[in-house]
Design a protein around this ligand. Sequence first.
Ligand SMILES: CC(C)(COP(=O)(O)OP(=O)(O)OC[C@H]1O[C@@H](n2cnc3c(N)ncnc32)[C@H](O)[C@@H]1OP(=O)(O)O)[C@@H](O)C(=O)NCCC(=O)NCCS
Length: 151
Amino acid sequence: MMQKADIRKLSPEDTNLLQACTELEKICIPGEAWSFESFRSEAEKPSGFVLAALDDSGNVMGFLTASCILDTAELTNIAVAPECRKQGVAGMLLKNLLSRIGRAELFLEVRESNLPARKFYQKYQFQEIGIRKRFYQNPEENAVLMKWESE
Ligand SMILES: CC(C)(COP(=O)(O)OP(=O)(O)OC[C@H]1O[C@@H](n2cnc3c(N)ncnc32)[C@H](O)[C@@H]1OP(=O)(O)O)[C@@H](O)C(=O)NCCC(=O)NCCS
């Protein structure tokens, strides 16, 4: 079933929501999680995006972080709470970002073994354009470099 979500671009003043994103990332991407300060500073940058998907009660179901400078954007993270997955939440976050960045190209890296994420990106027309050898630590792993561009 598709989930209903309110997608909100967070500002540095959204302390509780930024904190909720920080906690969610610890669960979803252990070992590579950003600090609260990293989330806050991304929300503060004119080029930065922290988008949160909120349920009816205002709880964070998922988030993404990205930056966009001129016409080149990078998706630095996307995560959805385990109990909210496979309901279109990440798709809503990504579509919201794409509508905000306009005609930019969007790049990202993903662990080679992260098949759910790779399938997700493929569903949204990202192309695999290269491999960065041993890009990740703990465990060491290659990154797949992916790119999305508007038509
Ligand atoms: C990757 C992730 C963000 C997807 O979130 P989501 O809200 O479940 O994704 P959506 O429901 O919007 O997307 C659905 C599509 O993604 C793909 N997908 C999502 N989970 C999948 C899984 N477990 N296996 C295979 N494909 C999967 C499918 O293509 C699916 O389309 P379908 O429903 O038509 O089959 C989520 O699994 C997650 O938080 N993973 C942990 C964090 C992470 O690895 N982030 C990426 C870092 S690069």
